[in-house]
Structure formats: C-alpha cells, structure tokens
Design a protein around this ligand. Structure first.
Ligand SMILES: [Ca+2]
Ligand SMILES: [Ca+2]
Length: 410
C-alpha cells in the first residue's frame, strides 16, 4: 500500500459516510483504465457496455470507446447508474448430435422415476420455464403447444405492442446482437427445451414436464457465439415474462460482475436458476467457471450421469458448487426440422432438473425456490461406488423429490 492509499484510507475513516457514498465515473466503471491488468481483456468488447441501473435493471449500450462512453453516458447519468462493465464474448461448447426419426428412448426419464409423478396427474401445469439458450424451434410439433405465448404482443408487425421493450416477442425473444453467418439453426436450444417440456402427445420425446410452458429467450447465435450482455438481457427478459425457473445450459464466463448481479436480482425475485456444470472434466471448486460456480441460494448446478448411472468422464464436478447429477449421456430430444436427435452433455442434464422443478412447482404452487431446491437435493439416489463428485453425492429422483416437497409444503 503506498502512502497515497494509506492517506485516503485514513481520510475515509475520518469522514466515513461521505467516502462510502461517493460515486464517480471510475467507481461505477472500475474496468476503465484497468483492462491491461485484467485476466479477461481478450474477451472484452471495447465498444459495448453493460449498465446496471440503481433500480436493478440492466441495459447494454454502445459507444466508440470507454472514454467517450464515460463522458457522454456515464457522467450525465451517474446518479442513476450502479455499475458498468465491458460486454464480453462468450463461446458455448458445441455438442455433437446424432439424428434419428420415430425412435423412443426415455432411459433418463425412467432413471429419475418421473412416471410415478405423471401417474399422480402432475405434468408441470401452469409453470413457466425460460430456456435462455440458442434458438428454440417453436414450430416443432412437440414444442409448439408448449410455448408460453405473449398474448399482449402482435407478431411480425415490427411494433412492441405490449410495451415491454421487446419488438414482436410473441413466441419469445432473441437478444443475439451479433448474428452468425451460419443460417442453419443450432440444435442446442430446441434439444434443451424438449427435455424440459416436449409434449408427449405429439411425438416420441417424453418431456419431463410435458404440460409446462416454455419461454424461449435466445442469446446464443447459430455458431455457438454469444455475449455476456445479451445473456444478461435474456435472463432479465425471462424474469419479466413470469418464468419460475430458468434453464442455463451454458458457461464459460470468466469475468462476471454483471452476471453475478443478474443472478442476485433473480434470487431476489424468487426465481430458480438451473445451471449446467460444464463438460471439461474438471473440479469447478478448484477451477471455478461461471455461472456454474456462483452458488446462489436459488441456483442448482448439475453434473451429467451416464446410462450406467456413473458420473461421465467429461462432466465437471465439485463437492461445493455442483449439487447433483442427472442423466446427460445419449439423451434423445427434439431438434429443428420436426425430428429428434441424441446429444451428450451437462447441457442435457440441467434440463432434467429444470423439468423436475416444474413438476414440483405444479404440485405445490406456493412453494418457494428454496423449498423446491431443498426437495430436489434431499431426495437424490445415492449409490455406493458411483462416485458422483457432487454436493449431495447422488443423482436426481423426482418421485422422491415430490414426496419430500409434500412434507415441506403440506
Ligand atoms: Ca413486446
Ligand atoms: Ca408486435
């Protein structure tokens, strides 16, 4: 600590209140000027800025560079700005897919004992689930009936009819600010949506919560690229549309103040967020990855278990930050083009837990996010030697989770 820092620290002790409250353009935007020493410089988008306002809301703004942005935007709005961060590139892992048609394979659904829940008339009715991900094919016959239509919006008229700040968000919304040249939609979002809620009346995929409603909130482009700012806007939109649960089958954000603040806002709103642990085969307690390693009280982070009910070799783990395992290998679900495909990944495991949470919430609509999480974590199947390197040491069992929830919320 140099002399000047010591002096200013002393000054702060003497006039504590004024030092604590004083805002400046550099206190709300600490990265400006500090980028050279930042480990995340390579990913920063130097002309886009994520702004969190004092009311908790987020916007993404553009300017020529940080100096211009400070002068023309931060300084005039300083009173109302809480925090500013550079936007950043995110690259979502590619997942291989094997397409099939007319095939039924529900090994994961069977493994987590979901049929006993369906047999009680519990299908995820009246629960909205946001898929913050790549494109979701809302025309797929098993997905179309499950979309949470925004009835205040008129589609395709170029206007924001319901005044929520998003034009034509009838089937959901896209926050992709840098579209890919690749015109073929990625399968990732549609596959995730199908695991959660594919309507089993209209095809071979048995969604975990086949009467839940999906809110597509896209921020990942067709090439798997996205940005932190676009993710923040998609998460915020999901909350504004009434999602009880948000599925986040992505990660890889190293520098994440805005993402952390967004998760904090979601926690304040009582929304459950289910996050994929990642597919790097490493311990995220030691090598944290975000959002998987945040460990908010409204967050469940999910590892991938195999067909033989072991931990997959490639799944991330962590006795602190990863809560449980769920099926993530050889998972059949919906993909664009009115067909189905097998995919592997913690991206597939997280939506099993998301679907389970939707089932629980439809059975007990007054439960809190904390109670839903507690029921899911307390009811896992723990089998000796299976080495799930996760906090609960077990794999999802939604039938037992419902029994636990019924005790928590009679
Ligand atoms: Ca709108
Ligand atoms: Ca419209």
């Amino acid at each position: 600590m140099d002399v000047q820092k010591i002096l200013s620290a002393v000054a702060c002790v003497l006039v504590l209140s004024s030092c604590g409250n004083k805002k400046s353009s550099s206190s709300v935007f600490p990265e400006n000027g500090a980028l050279d020493s930042s480990a995340c410089m390579g990913q920063a988008i130097q002309n886009k800025f994520i702004v969190q306002w004092e009311d908790g809301k987020f916007t993404v703004e553009s300017a020529k560079d940080a100096d211009e942005f400070t002068k023309k935007f931060i300084e005039p709005n300083l009173e109302n700005i809480r925090y500013v961060e550079y936007d950043r590139h995110l690259q979502v892992e590619k997942t291989d897919e094997v397409r099939t048609t007319g095939f039924t394979d529900s090994w994961g659904q069977d493994k987590v004992s979901v049929r006993n829940v369906w047999a009680q008339g519990v299908y995820g009715q009246n629960v909205k689930v946001a898929v913050v991900d790549a494109y979701v094919d809302y025309t797929h016959p098993q997905i179309a009936p499950r979309i949470a239509i925004n009835t205040g919006e008129i589609p395709n008229n170029g206007k924001d009819d319901d005044g929520n700040g998003v034009v034509d968000d009838y089937y959901g919304a896209s926050f992709v600010s840098v579209p890919s040249n690749n015109q073929t939609p990625s399968s990732h979002g549609t596959h995730v949506a199908g695991i959660i809620a594919a309507d089993s009346r209209y095809g071979s995929v048995e969604g975990m919560a086949p009467q839940a409603q999906i809110i597509p909130a896209q921020f990942i482009a067709n090439d798997g690229g996205g940005s932190l700012g676009d993710a923040v806007l998609a998460l915020q939109y999901s909350a504004s549309r009434g999602a009880k649960i948000i599925n986040a089958s992505w990660g890889g954000a190293p520098c994440v103040a805005s993402l952390r603040n967004t998760f904090q806002e979601l926690q304040n709103k009582g929304i459950l967020v289910v996050v994929a642990a990642g597919n790097d085969g490493r311990d995220i307690d030691v090598y944290p990855e975000f959002p998987a390693s945040f460990n908010f009280s409204n967050q469940i982070t999910v590892a991938a278990s195999s067909v033989t009910d072991f931990m997959t070799s490639w799944s991330n783990s962590g006795f602190n930050f990863v809560h449980l395992a769920a099926p993530g290998e050889r998972i059949l679900s919906t993909v664009p083009g009115n067909t189905t495909a097998y995919m592997d990944g913690t991206s597939m495991a997280a939506p099993f837990v998301t679907g389970a949470a939707a089932l629980l919430w439809s059975a007990r609509p007054n439960a809190t996010a904390t109670q839903i999480k507690q029921a899911i974590l307390q009811s896992v199947d723990v089998s000796a030697g299976h080495e799930f390197k996760v906090n609960t040491r077990g794999r999802l069992n939604v039938d037992r989770a419902l029994q636990v929830l019924k005790q928590l919320v009679p």
